[in-house]
Design a protein around this ligand. Structure first.
Ligand code: NDP
Ligand code: MG
Length: 386
């Protein structure tokens, strides 16, 4: 029996994780968390019977407490960051699957590592903000970080059985998002509704906007650097609109290995939960190659989508710069979703805030948290100016 605490259980990755768990009696949920969606969390409590749940929002947490008490359910309800840490570090859990959105996942992940929990990581903002600290802690405590992001799961699979020094490049595939065929003029007027329509994947709103701006790929480049210990020059991005090849590893002998499948997050979720085993996954069907008419590849349009270049810049500068990139992006995407800024203002705001930042090298966790707060204040000021 593998016991799992799932952070962000009410989101896109969270609900798909629960589908995998529901399909296999050898997987058990011991903890869950949500931000505000207590209706869905209540249903999940009834179905999975966790011992502990966290609702970030305190008012919603006390509402849920009343509801579960009225039903006589044996579940403890906690709230806030402390509550999230309590779920991430609960004694009963062997593994944590972290599927919250944003850098809020950072401290619970570090605390879970300190408790020796295996980490299945969907929450990419954690590694972007503090990749060196997180990977360093994982090494110190002998903990595995198993990627859930489909590109990183693909690379992780392509690396198995090969030597690190034999790797020449990691090639991340990108669908290109809903605006991959747009011109600069067309990008000027895109609506939130259009940006939320991803051609290949159904995901939470923040990552869907990140996919439209190519920031998602930028965050994934930084994530890949930390997970696989390569240089920025060793990471390439290629637009592959069919999303069949989930990413590739090029080796020094000229051979390239690709991991392929239909676009379905259930596979990387299950791979991380079962690793090192492979088991049948619900809703995941193998490829029928006879039905694949073509696979296409194009270079990313870096001029039209500057977020990708900004992410590479932040990675090359290092230190606290990726945390600034991430915080500014979180604020800008939130402002875009609230229709306070237009789509092209997302990269402008990030660029402005990065330009104002004096980078700290080898930052401590407290310094990263301080810089994250600073970058959010600066980004909100930029939003006001737009
Ligand atoms: P969703 O927005 O669908 O879900 C986010 C989850 O986190 C929800 O459970 C939400 O609760 C909770 N949450 C949101 N804000 C907070 C907060 N401030 N504090 C605590 N909990 C919070 O996101 P996704 O599932 O799409 O993405 C989750 C993570 O996985 C992201 O980092 C994303 O980049 C990454 N990822 C997602 C993929 C996908 O296919 N969706 C693919 C690869 C990576 P509530 O429902 O109550 O708001
Ligand atoms: Mg991805």
């Amino acid at each position: 029996m593998k016991k799992i605490a799932l952070l962000g259980s009410t989101g896109s990755i969270g609900t798909q994780t629960l589908e995998v768990v529901a399909s296999d009696p050898s997987l058990e949920i011991v903890g869950l968390s949500a931000h505000r969606n207590i209706n869905l969390l209540e249903q999940q409590i009834n179905m999975f019977h966790p011992r502990l749940v966290c609702v970030m929002d305190e008012k919603k947490a006390s509402e849920l407490k009343n509801r579960v008490q009225a039903q006589g359910l044996l579940v403890e309800v906690v709230s806030g960051l402390e509550g999230l840490i309590a779920v991430a570090t609960m004694d009963e859990a062997d593994s944590i699957l972290t599927a919250v959105v944003g850098m809020i996942g950072l401290i619970p992940t570090i605390e879970a590592i300190k408790k020796g929990k295996t980490i299945a990581l969907a929450n990419k903002e954690t590694l972007v903000t503090a990749g060196e600290l997180v990977m360093g802690a994982a090494r110190d405590y002998g903990v595995s970080i198993l990627p859930v992001d489909s590109e990183h799961s693909a690379i992780f699979q392509c690396l198995r059985g090969n030597e690190h020094h034999a790797v020449s490049k990691l090639i991340l595939t990108a669908s290109g998002g809903p605006f991959r065929d747009y011109t600069q003029e067309m990008l000027q007027d895109v609506t939130v509704e259009a940006a939320l329509k991803h051609p290949n994947w159904s995901m939470g709103s923040k990552i869907t906007i990140d996919s439209a701006s190519l920031m998602n790929k930028g965050l994934e480049v930084i994530e890949a650097k930390h997970l696989f210990d390569v240089t920025p020059e060793q990471i390439d991005v290629i637009v592959h609109r069919e999303s069949i090849i989930h990413s590739m590893v090029e080796y020094k002998d000229g051979s390239t290995m690709a991991q392929m499948g239909l676009p379905n997050m259930m596979h990387p979720i299950a791979y991380a939960l079962y690793y090192p085993e492979r088991k049948p996954t619900p809703c995941v069907h193998p490829l029928d190659f006879a039905k694949l008419s073509k696979l296409t590849f194009d270079p990313p349009k870096k001029d039209l989508f500057p977020c990708l270049g900004l992410a590479y810049d932040a990675l090359v500068v290092g230190g606290t710069m990726p945390a600034v990139l991430n915080a500014a992006n979180e604020v800008a995407v939130d402002a875009f979703l609230k229709k306070q800024i237009n789509f092209l203002q997302i990269p402008s705001i990030i660029h402005e805030v990065m330009a104002k930042h004096i980078c700290i090298n080898r930052p401590s966790l407290d310094e990263i948290i301080g810089i994250d707060e600073w970058a959010r204040v600066m980004s909100r000021q930029e939003v006001q100016k737009q």
